[in-house]
Design a protein around this ligand. Structure first.
Ligand SMILES: [Zn+2]
Length: 140
């Protein structure tokens, strides 16, 4: 019973994260459309003029979609508040959220990911970077 309640709470949180991410993405998509329309000078543009404007702005669109999907898929890791130091096992609290922009084949992807520092070991950690390192599309 307790287990089922915990699962549904997790599902509820995931649904909420997805709904928030979608709403945010739709807002950004609206701004992208505005920017594309601003690029087109003619009142009634030809197909070629419209295609050129969309082509010029395509990486901003595909990068933003990728960014939103990655942020949604790793929402929990991006919000991580504590971690155990992999060297000494000490509990570390998040220091800052550091922004990093990665150029991918579909455009720039920016993530604000948590940074941890172990005073004893004098080492810093970005656990999110480990999560994303398998990507063949991105160069950190
Ligand atoms: Zn340590």
């Amino acid at each position: 019973m307790g287990n089922a309640a915990a699962i549904s709470l997790q599902e509820f949180r995931q649904a909420r994260v997805q709904a928030d991410a979608r709403r945010h993405l739709h807002e950004r998509f609206d701004r992208w459309l505005d920017a594309v329309e601003e690029r087109v000078q003619e009142k009634i543009p030809t197909l070629d003029e419209m295609a050129q404007a969309v082509f010029a702005m395509r990486q901003e669109l595909t990068g933003m979609i990728t960014e939103a999907l990655v942020g949604q898929a790793h929402a929990e890791a991006l919000e991580q508040q504590t971690m155990l130091c992999p060297h000494c096992g000490r509990l570390l609290r998040v220091r800052v959220s550091a922004n990093r922009t990665v150029e991918t084949v579909v455009g720039a992807v920016s993530l604000s990911r948590p940074y941890f520092y172990c005073v004893r070991c004098q080492k810093g950690f970005y656990p999110m970077d480990e999560v994303l390192r398998d990507s063949q599309w991105a160069v950190w």
